[in-house]
Design a protein around this ligand. Structure first.
Ligand code: APR
Length: 249
């Protein structure tokens, strides 16, 4: 216990002093907001198969089914509220300033709603659609007025969810910004991701290889755990409270 306390104190000290901090989050950070994760018990991929819903082929085959699923998730995300873990990352961003970047794989929009500003949404967002013809991105109406599929306000063509599906490339500029932040980070914090979906999963490794102090928060071990200087085996709220909250460890 005293060993863990010492490690937490060291991590708190490094976070307090670092001028460049990069954070990667996954579905686990929104679990306390009532949104399901993808993998593991109760995860979305227990009930649905990714290739039936989250691929370009699935969308081409049955766009109405895919849109119904995204509309359901969009409603859930709108009805959820950011939790204390999202809020603690807002406070960290304010403390660090320009050297901070939050990279999320989540499409729920909860980081922005909590107040995070330096955010890269690597896998897109449930709150927007993208025109299949002209590429225009636009915000969806509120869930109770939204009837999928949406149509482009510019050219009238059908639009798809503005998310990155399996088999698609991440937006190059967003990934470059994320990679640079992890490469330059003094402290990298990885919260609530199974760290199995590339290339996001590699960001922690990139930071570690470049000399960052790597902290993981996850109730389960992940492929990143052996590389982490500190791995807190707990939920995001509890873990970030330990690392960033006002309570002494
Ligand atoms: N706090 C922190 N972590 C948690 C919590 C919690 N309360 N509950 C569960 N977790 C952890 C799980 O142990 C798991 O490692 O969150 C992780 C969630 O993993 P995934 O469901 O695989 O989510 P994520 O890593 O974000 O998935 C990456 O896969 O399907 C795609 O596009 C989807 O962006 C997603 C990507």
């Amino acid at each position: 216990m005293s060993g863990l306390r010492g490690q937490v104190d060291e991590a708190r000290g490094r976070l307090a002093q670092a001028r460049r901090v990069a954070v990667l989050t996954g579905a686990g950070i929104s679990a306390a907001s009532g949104l399901p994760t993808f993998r593991g018990p109760g995860g979305v991929w227990e009930e649905f198969r990714p290739e039936e819903l989250a691929t370009p082929v699935a969308y081409a085959r049955d766009p109405h089914r895919v849109w119904a699923w995204y509309a359901w998730r969009y409603r859930m995300a709108c009805e959820a509220s950011p939790n204390r873990a999202h809020e603690l990352l807002v406070a960290l961003e304010r403390a660090v300033g320009d050297g901070f970047l939050l990279v999320t794989q989540n499409v729920d929009g909860l980081h922005r709603r909590a107040g995070s500003q330096r955010v890269v949404e690597l896998h897109g967002t449930l709150h927007r659609a993208r025109c299949e013809a002209c590429g225009e991105r636009f915000a969806l109406p509120p869930p109770d007025r939204f009837v999928p599929p949406p149509h482009c306000p510019r050219c009238g063509s059908r639009a798809r969810p503005d998310v990155v599906w399996f088999g698609e490339l991440l937006p190059a500029a967003a990934y470059r910004v994320a990679h640079e932040a992890f490469q330059a980070a003094e402290v990298a914090l990885v919260v609530g991701t199974s760290a199995v979906v590339e290339p996001a999963a590699s960001l922690g490794r990139v930071a570690r290889r470049a000399g960052a102090y790597l902290v993981e928060v996850n109730p389960e071990a992940t492929p990143l755990t052996p590389l982490a200087h500190l791995s807190l085996r707990c939920g995001a709220v509890e873990g970030l409270e330990l690392l960033l909250g006002t309570q002494p460890s």
